[in-house]
Ligand binder design. Structure first.
Ligand code: ATP
Ligand code: MG
Length: 252
């Protein structure tokens, strides 16, 4: 595989005026975003605000009613783009196949497309599992892994294509706080080591403030603010503050 850091450089991503309605109801109301190459960009917002719908547009699972998505300035609807840039999605569930070992899961894409001889695939699998601290799990079955280990295996599987853009969908959902920190550190580590552009969709406030270079807050289909964690923390909009500081109210 290509280990030249120059060629592993992350890509830039731009979303311009994205609109999407379902059954007459407008879900995305003109979303604009600019993600810089190599940046860790977190999109956070309350449940139902349109995060997953936005993510589905970025990977081509949904097409916009209006607006465009650009990678390094090129529209993702052009046919060549899929071949030109490598994007990986880390699914919320991990989505490992239960009948295969962890190593087989990680190497599946290369094996299925016969991209490398088996011995080389085995080497790559160990390399990617080592990247996420799971080298010893290569021969384990997914059922033997904890939730956090499954997420890390899913990241290793994404790394196999040497992505220039990694999209993480709720990477810490269903994890305890310590495992969530491990995943957050993994996102940071990979971003710094291979300079991959990382886009994280999450409502985990600790994760967002822990890893983001910049954060966008989406509420009701619109980006309300974009900025560094400090800028977002101090953004005086009642909806943003309510989302950031929602807490339990116990009677004293
Ligand atoms: N295929 C679809 N058809 C109709 N409505 C949809 C479809 N996909 C999403 N929606 C609606 O769009 C809105 C936003 O959904 P979305 O899944 O993007 O929310 P979210 O911000 O990801 O929330 P969560 O944090 O709970 O995952 C919801 O009201 C949802 O019902
Ligand atoms: Mg969602």
């Amino acid at each position: 595989m290509n280990n030249n850091p120059q060629q592993l450089q992350g890509v830039g991503l731009a979303v311009r005026g994205l609109h999407k309605s379902f059954d007459g109801q407008e879900i995305l109301k003109g979303v604009n975003l600019e993600v810089q190459p190599g940046e860790i960009f977190v999109i956070m917002g309350p449940s139902g605000s349109g995060k997953s719908v936005l993510l589905k547009h970025l990977i081509g699972l949904e097409s916009p009613d209006a607006g465009e998505i650009l990678i390094n300035g090129e529209s993702i609807t052009t046919p060549e783009i899929a071949a030109k840039y490598r994007m990986a999605l880390v699914f919320q569930s991990g989505a490992l196949l239960n009948s295969l070992t962890v190593g087989e899961n990680v190497g599946l894409y290369l094996t299925e497309h016969r991209l490398r001889p088996p011995a080389e695939i085995a080497e790559i699998v160990v390399e990617k599992l080592t990247d996420v601290g799971l080298k010893d799990a290569v021969d384990k079955m997914p059922a033997e892994l904890s939730g956090g280990m499954k997420k890390r295996a899913a990241i290793a599987r994404a790394l196999v294509i040497e992505p220039q853009l990694i999209l993480y969908d709720e990477p810490t959902s269903e994890l305890d706080p310590v495992s969530a920190v491990v995943i957050g550190n993994e996102i940071l580590h990979l971003n710094r080591r291979i300079h991959v552009t990382s886009l994280v969709v999450s409502h985990d406030r600790d994760l967002a403030f822990g890893v983001a270079d910049r954060i966008a807050v989406i509420i009701d289909g619109q980006i309300v603010t974009v900025g560094t964690p400090d800028q977002v923390k101090n953004y005086h909009d009642p909806r943003v503050q309510e989302f950031l500081h929602a807490d339990f109210k116990r009677e004293k």
